[in-house]
Design a protein around this ligand. Structure first.
Ligand code: ATP
Length: 531
């Protein structure tokens, strides 16, 4: 490929803003360009509920397609379902959600603000980590090339002091969570002098448990009405259908069932934009395996899911695993995939070895056998389950925060560009006639009419070409093509690439292949396919 000329050079794309500023800008960018709107905005919004706009919905669909295809196309033994949001209420008794789907909450008496006690303590631990990292960064700058980070971490007294404080807190916290010791959680908050970020005081209430499920009534009359829940996870819809799918699909263990759908949680503290919502969407896959083989599959799914994330090219250093200290009532191993959001490393996906807890419990509560007959072993058993569970909205946020970029250009201008992975971009191609006359709009329309079957395209003839580029940069369109007077003669257009801003002239007949190569899900999926 021959690049003909660069329009404007990118001088500087260093991030000079604080992460908090970046996050604020990202939120307003999401609104300004039709990605995410606060729900019910004309009525002053509804806390922790958001609507996706015309661009957001496309990005969201693409995220879901990437996940769905990676499960369903790449694995012969994984199939999908779409179960209802309402389910029999006993399901939530069996799953443990009625009794144990709680978060520990604490109120500050002065600000009247409510917090999750566990999150306050985790934030305190993160402060020690921040201090440690600052020491390391300072020393790295001071010593330059001769810096031995491992040695520094092992010997520097300030680092060691903070590591000891963090470890001590961590141990106390893990024990309190495991023992469900609410008084001890409060005591930790008092002992570590954790203050309310709003009032700045340490005037705390006791810690109480709060159930996160929303409920409503089904049925018309008071006596006939039944209390039902809005599902807090999609997984249970898979468990109660597992035998239906296994039998009708003639599935053999190991096999998986995937589902994408809405989930609802009455979160205590809903902050950080779409990171923690009360209505959100999950992409979950339950993988049914032989008892005793679950930890092998747990490791395998950890690896596969991390590959899925990294294939997007947002930066490998932005991901890490975080193993759980406190295992949920159903799990014998669990880890989170965390992503570096503008407000620190946060969970995007959970991978859990759920044992045979759910199926075993549904057997008990429903009185129906949920066993699988294993023809190779010649015996029946309740399968064990590995779950991969990822939030569409958190994935959306991680992609947007990695993609959002402000750049200074050689000509003194600056631009905001969303460097979205091309396959996920809401619009793949923008088509511009250089001017609104001389038959150029007709030619541009002709090109677009041909390509609209393959890609989401956008036509724009208003304002200067420079302004049109900026509008496309802001929504992350990877390719813009301009039709000029020469096009009418040589059937060539100028293609301009979003990230480099480089331009080249190509034949109209080559556009489809050029774009297809970059935007197809195939190239992404190939990075994670086995064999
Ligand atoms: P957290 O500890 O942040 O509350 P969780 O461990 O309760 O999350 P899971 O029950 O494992 O989350 O849910 C699986 C995934 O669903 C999470 O990794 C996350 O991406 C998504 N998710 C969970 N709760 C929310 C929420 N309130 N808003 C948006 N996404 C969510």
């Amino acid at each position: 490929m021959q690049i003909i000329y660069a329009y404007i050079k990118i001088l500087d794309n260093k991030d000079e803003m604080t992460q908090e500023e970046v996050f604020k800008k990202l939120i307003s960018h999401c609104k300004e360009y039709g990605f995410v709107f606060p729900s019910s905005e004309i009525y002053d919004g509804l806390s922790a509920v958001y609507d996706y706009g015309q661009m957001g919905v496309e990005l969201k669909q693409n995220i879901k397609k990437y996940w769905w295809d990676s499960m369903i196309l790449l694995n012969e033994n994984i199939v999908g379902i779409d179960s209802a949001i309402f389910m029999h209420p006993t399901i939530w008794k069996a799953s443990g959600h009625v009794d144990a789907f709680n978060d520990p909450l604490i109120d500050n008496k002065d600000s009247k603000k409510r917090y999750r006690a566990d999150v306050l303590i985790e934030e305190q631990m993160a402060k020690y980590d921040e201090k440690i990292n600052k020491e390391v960064e300072k020393a790295a700058k001071r010593f330059g090339d001769s810096f031995d980070e491992a040695m520094f971490r092992q010997t520097n007294p300030r680092v060691l002091e903070n590591v000891a404080k963090r470890d001590e807190l961590h141990e106390r916290f893990a024990k309190a969570m495991n023992d469900n010791d609410l008084a001890e959680l409060r005591q930790i908050i008092v002992d570590y002098e954790i203050t309310c970020p709003i009032s700045g005081t340490r005037n705390w209430t006791d810690v109480r448990q709060f159930n996160l499920m929303f409920s409503t009534e089904m049925g018309s009359t008071a006596e006939g009405a039944m209390k039902v829940y809005l599902r807090p996870e999609t997984a249970q819809g898979i468990f109660v259908n597992y035998l239906n799918v296994q039998k009708t699909g003639r599935m053999r263990i190991p096999f998986g069932i995937a589902q994408i759908g809405k989930a609802f949680r009455n979160e205590i503290v809903a902050r950080q934009f779409i990171f923690r919502m009360r209505e959100f969407e999950q992409m979950e896959m339950q993988f049914f395996v032989r008892p005793g083989e679950e930890l092998k599959w747990f490791e395998q799914w950890k690896e596969t899911r991390m590959k899925w994330h990294k294939a997007l090219g947002l930066g490998d250093h932005k991901y890490r695993f975080h193993d759980h200290d406190k295992l949920a009532h159903y799990a014998n191993a669990a880890t989170d995939i965390e992503f570096e959001m503008p407000f620190g490393f946060k969970e995007v996906e959970g991978i859990h070895s759920r044992t045979n807890f759910d199926l075993g419990s549904h057997e008990k509560y429903s009185g129906k056998k949920l066993q699988y007959f294993d023809p190779e072993l010649g015996e029946s058993y309740v399968p064990y389950v590995i779950e991969t569970s990822i939030g569409v909205d958190r994935m959306f946020l991680s992609i947007m925060s990695a993609a959002y970029c402000e750049e200074k250009l050689e000509n003194g201008e600056s631009r905001v560009v969303l460097k979205l992975p091309a396959a996920l971009a809401p619009v793949k191609l923008a088509v511009f006639p250089l001017v609104k006359k001389d038959g150029l709009p007709d030619k541009a329309r002709e090109i677009m009419n041909e390509l609209k079957f393959d890609f989401k395209c956008m036509y724009d003839e208003k304002d200067s070409i420079g302004k049109r580029y900026r509008r496309q940069d802001a929504i992350g369109t990877p390719f813009c093509i301009t039709v000029d007077h020469d096009t009418l003669v040589d059937n060539k257009v100028t293609v301009r690439y979003r990230d480099t801003m480089l331009q080249e002239r190509i034949n109209i007949s080559d556009i489809k292949n050029l774009i297809n190569e970059q935007v197809s899900f195939k190239s992404l999926l190939k990075k994670i396919a086995k064999g």
